[in-house]
Structure formats: C-alpha cells, structure tokens
Design a protein around this ligand. Structure first.
Ligand code: NAP
Length: 481
C-alpha cells in the first residue's frame, strides 16, 4: 500500500515512493511511503502558515482535547503500533510497545500542559505602570527526527509544539516512515484543523535545506547526528531561526569497587546492549575501578553469553537487529577499528544469526564487549550506535570521573556505587545533562527535562515543562494604569 504525505489536511501523492523494509528480515516489505520534494515541502509550510492565526488564538481547550484524544488512541493501539515499530526499526516487541506507550503519555501530558502556560505580573519601576510577561507560540516549526525512536521522539516534539499553539511541518527519518505515518494519521483524525499538522516524508538530503531555510519556518527542532545538527545550526543562524539540537553521545557508566556487582552488570547490559545499543543515551564506555574490574568482566561475559539476538518480533528475543545494513556495517567497522587499536575482544565481535534458527538474513550483530581499552582509542571517543561497549580500567573514583568527562559529548552519565559521598560528588561533577545513580544511563521519564551538554546538545531542553522554552517566545507588555 502506498502512503502519502499529509499537507493542508489532505493526503497528497509524493513525487516518488520509497520502500520500507524490516531489518529483521529485509525480504519483508512493510509498505511504500511518499518522498516529498522541495515544492511539496513548501506547500506544507504554506498550509501551516495559513492555519497558524486561528490555531494559535483559538483557545487552549481545543488543543487540550485534541492532544488528549491523540494520546488515548496511541495508548489504546499500543500493541499494534508497537508491532509496526518493531518491524520497521528492529527493537524488540516489548521495547517497541514501551516506546509507543511513552508516546501516548507524552501527548496526554502536553494535553494537560495546554492550560498551565503561566506568565508573570510584576510592578514596574515607574509608578502607575504594570508589567506583564507572557509566552506566545513561535509560529510554524520544522521538526526533524532520527530513526532510532520512530514514535517517541516525534511525540516529544509534536505534542509540545501543538500544545503551545504552533503549527508543524514534521519530517521523519527516511528509514522509519511507517510509525511516522501511523502517528500522522491519528493526529489527522483528532479534530485539529487542516494545516495545523503536516507530514513531509522523504530524504533529508533532498528536502532538508528547503525546510531549514524556508522563510515561513520560525524554528527548527532537530534530533540526529552531530554532523547534520551542526549544519542545521549554521543554516538557522544565517536565516535567523531559533534552533534546538539533540545529537550523539558517548555515555560513561562508572562502576566503583563498592558497587553491587549483580546490579552493576544488569544495568550495564541494559544500557549498553538493549535496543541494540541504538540509543543516544546508551552507555558505551564502562569505566571500572581496579578492585572490581576482573569480577565485573567475568560476570559481564557470563551474562552476555545468555543474550538472545534475533528477529525483533520473535518471542524471547532480547536484542533485535541493527536498524539497517549501513548501521550493521558501521558496527562491524568499529569492531575492527577497536581490534586494530589493541583492544581485547571479550565477547561477540561479529555478525549474528537469529536465535530462533529462522535463517532470515536480518542485520544482526552479536553484543560485543572490549576490555583493556584506553580513553584515547577511537572506540572510546566516537559514537558507534550499536551493541558495542568497552571497559576502561581505572585506579579509583577520581580517575573514573576524569575519564567519564574526557569526551566531546555530554548527554547521560551513570555511576554504580554504594557510596553516598561518591554518588553525590558524581551528580555534581559529571559533565552531562542527565546523571543516573545505580540506574542505566538509558531510560528516562517523560515529564522532566531531557538533553545534554557539550557536543550532545544545543539550545533549550526538550520535554516536561522545559519544552516551553523552545516552543514559545516571551513578550513583555507595559501598561499605564
Ligand atoms: P541523522 O542522519 O543526522 O538524521 C536525522 C534526521 O535528519 C533524519 O530525519 C534525516 O533525514 C535528517 N537529515 C539528514 N540530512 C539533513 C539535512 N541536510 N538537512 C535537514 N535534515 C537532514 O541521524 P540518524 O542516523 O537518523 O540518527 C542517529 C543519531 O541520532 C545518533 O547520533 C544519535 O545519537 C542521535 N540521537 C540523539 C538523540 C538525543 O536526544 N540526543 C536521540 C536519538 C538519536 P534522512 O532520514 O532522510 O537521512
């Protein structure tokens, strides 16, 4: 079935169609999805501009009701949407259903936020004058999302954008249009006026520039790689647009001598390998102190041997495939780079076959652990974005903190320890936007700020109340009484 773009409230045929395939079984074709060109993109922006005056002033109850309906439908259909997501992106069915559930809650949360957009009333320094500070929508916002969270990341951009009165042009990752289309179809039927929300599927290399530089776009919210993010930041600066970037990570997980070994192993396995390591918050640098190092490596090796890799939809699969052939190649390339740099391969390190014995040629990679690595190695400096982690041995807490912070990124950082002193110090001194104590670096709540520092992020935080910083602009009004 061919799936069209949504422009001005109508489904519009694309100039071309791309085929969406299942990474667990590339012979399984999920569907054909429209590819917008620059002209269609421009039509989407114009439709959003036309819808903006009424949507932004039409009252918050209509917005709250629409977002609530969208959230309710997503939650009611979580199993079906989760299956679609697992089939197109490759995370396991339970992981995919959890992602869909999160998307539903995000819409419900921002439905409620519609009526909570508070301002401030201050006395003026001039007698008889009052000062009001209020927030207004930005206008038409362009939302660009990556492939690794095909419904949650779109949800955490679209929901606040609409809640605060903006109109949207949404460009999902070309690799995962099915979840985006399903979400758009739900939004379309939610009762929001035509043009308020527009879907423009297709390749970023074809229409990215047209979206980012379009004079009708007031702001761009982007999640994806550092290279594309930086390019977009430059374009936004040149064209005077507000920009928000969430990019890569090389997240550290510190394990101290006094950590509970079983707990530390479990949280490292979860955050390094679950979702095939394809999470910006995945921990890929396991920084382990001398006294626990050997026991930790032995326990990790044993635990990893039991992980079942295979078809995302098969019962009992714990680790799905890489999302694409290109991502699988990247994972294998970094494994070779690590070997060549002198890292010791403890577990994995190759293509895998499906644990069910189906023989399907999915893009499977064995969860891989390197030991005897140094902070300077490329495997510890560059984002792999696959089920690949490395152990860095350190003498004690101070060195662990230094190594954890020795990175160009700063998204999430974790520590496993029984020491309140070290946990407290780490929370204060880890150079990351999110810090986890005795929890995996990946796995966050939907109602609190999400984002990082250094090369991981640029601009205001996403999610929770902090989302209003990006999706609104502040006005200061003076009135003579
Ligand atoms: P990507 O290649 O940068 O693509 C992200 C999005 O940008 C896609 O929709 C892509 O379209 C689009 N794009 C590509 N070129 C563009 C251009 N010139 N102008 C405008 N848009 C353009 O990233 P990805 O491979 O999809 O995602 C993986 C990356 O995302 C990793 O680095 C990961 O760490 C990061 N990530 C970060 C977070 C976070 O919150 N910090 C969360 C998730 C993922 P196409 O699909 O057509 O290429």
């Amino acid at each position: 079935m061919a799936h069209d773009n949504l422009i001005g409230g109508a489904w519009v045929r694309g100039a071309h169609y791309g085929i969406n395939r299942n990474p667990s079984d590339p012979d399984d074709m999920i569907g054909e999805y429209a590819q917008a060109d620059a002209a269609q993109l421009s039509a989407a922006v114009q439709a959003a501009q036309a819808a903006f005056p009424a949507w932004s002033t039409g009252g918050v109850q209509a917005r709250a009701d629409a977002l609530d309906r969208i959230g309710a439908e997503i939650l009611a259909r979580r199993d079906e949407l989760g299956e679609l997501l697992a089939r197109e992106e490759g995370k396991t069915r339970p992981e995919a259903i959890a992602e869909v559930t999160r998307a539903g809650y995000i819409f419900r949360y921002f439905g409620a936020q519609c009526v909570r957009l508070a301002g401030q009333l201050l006395p003026s320094v001039r007698p008889g004058v009052g000062v009001e500070i209020t927030r207004e929508p930005m206008g038409v916002v362009g939302l660009i999302t990556p492939w690794n969270f095909p419904i949650a990341i779109p949800a955490w951009k679209i929901a606040p954008a609409l809640a605060y009165g903006n109109c949207v042009v949404f460009k999902p990752a070309d690799l995962v249009p099915a979840s985006a289309w399903a979400l758009a179809e739900i939004i379309h039927r939610s009762g929001i006026p035509a043009g308020v929300f527009n879907l423009a599927m297709g390749r970023g290399s074809v229409m990215g520039d047209a979206l980012v530089t379009h004079p009708g776009i007031a702001a761009i919210s982007f999640t994806g790689s550092v290279d594309v993010g930086r390019r977009i930041a430059v374009q936004c600066a040149q064209h005077g647009k507000k920009v928000q970037l969430e990019m890569g990570g090389k997240n550290p997980q510190v394990v101290l001598d006094d950590a509970d070994l079983g707990q530390a192993v479990e949280l490292c396995v979860q955050s390094a390998f679950f979702s095939t390591g394809q999470r910006c918050t995945a921990s890929s640098r396991l920084i382990v102190t001398d006294g626990i190092h050997d026991r930790f490596v032995a326990a990790m090796t044993e635990r990893m041997a039991s992980l079942r890799v295979g078809d995302a939809l098969a019962a009992d699969t714990q680790i799905g495939p890489a999302a694409s052939a290109a991502q699988q190649e990247q994972d294998l390339r970094y494994i070779e780079i690590a070997r060549a740099e002198g890292a010791r391969l403890a577990v994995g390190g190759s293509r895998a076959t499906c644990h069910t014995g189906s023989g399907k040629p999915g893009y499977f990679v064995t969860p891989t652990l390197f030991t005897d690595t140094t902070p300077a190695m490329r495997i510890n400096r560059e984002e792999v974005f696959g089920p690949v982690a490395s152990v860095i041995r350190v003498r004690g807490y101070e060195e662990a903190l230094d190594v954890a912070n020795d990175t160009a990124f700063g998204l999430s950082a974790g520590i496993a320890t029984a020491s309140l002193k070290h946990a407290t110090h780490f929370k204060r001194h880890a150079q990351a936007g999110m810090v986890m104590v005795n929890l995996p670096t990946a796995g966050v709540d939907y109602h609190v700020p999400f984002g990082g520092r250094k090369g991981s992020s640029y601009g205001p935080r996403e999610q929770g109340q902090y989302a209003q910083e990006f999706f609104t602009t502040v006005k200061t009004a003076y009135t003579l009484a």
